[in-house]
Design a binder for this molecule. Sequence first.
Ligand SMILES: [Zn+2]
Ligand SMILES: [Zn+2]
Length: 265
Amino acid sequence: MNQAVLITKHGKAKCIANALAPLGFDVVESNAFDTDSLGTFAGDIERTLSPKEAALKKAKMACELLGAEFGLGSEGSFGNGPYPGIVNWNDEILCFYDRATDQAIYASASGPFAISSIQVNSETCRDTLLKKLNHFQGQRWLLKFDEQILKGLSSETLIETLADKQLTEALIEPDLRAMHCPLRQKMISKAADDLANRLRAICPKCNAKNFVVKEAVAGLPCEQCGLATQQIKQHKYHCECCDHTELKNTEQTAADPYYCQLCNP
Ligand SMILES: [Zn+2]
Ligand SMILES: [Zn+2]
């Protein structure tokens, strides 16, 4: 087994290990570096790097600090997505860094994130609130009040804290750190599946990894009149190490006239 080192305090290795094991990688967790210093979800430390930059930095540091051949970096972000302001969105990036070749491979997964923040006021019924929180099994919470943030609270502890401190104004947010957020763990596992596919995809010319579809080429001809449509005609496989490119036709040979500018203007 090759070791792939992941620097984390948030127990992410278990989300990634299963996908990489069949490829001969043993995902090893290390806390040699405090990844929170690159920014936190709670907002007490600001993020200055883009998610991709942060993932690469973590993966490279794993190699530097631990002398590993392969480093992994994981970075999640929330917001953005296709419906900003309407649907909360979770993006997870995984970077795999190969020290010998200096190749960095980025894998990702994203999707809607169902948990939103909850405002507590004097009207809030604690039983209803507890039910609402317990709907998200295993999820832990942040409690923000009077410029304080309590982190990693279970639903029960949070309700007790509200009572003990007799809080009538507070904001509850999901604790987004991976070990406290089962929905994120699932998304990280999906990104790990994407990474496994990229590690399996070998360039026929130089044997580098990540020979996957990098671009979809439009232009599938209309079934009725032959005009090029915006439907996908080919997939472009590209190797970032030797620049080798292959175009492969999709299974479809003609587009439904529904997509044709001439037949269905
Ligand atoms: Zn190549
Ligand atoms: Zn047509």
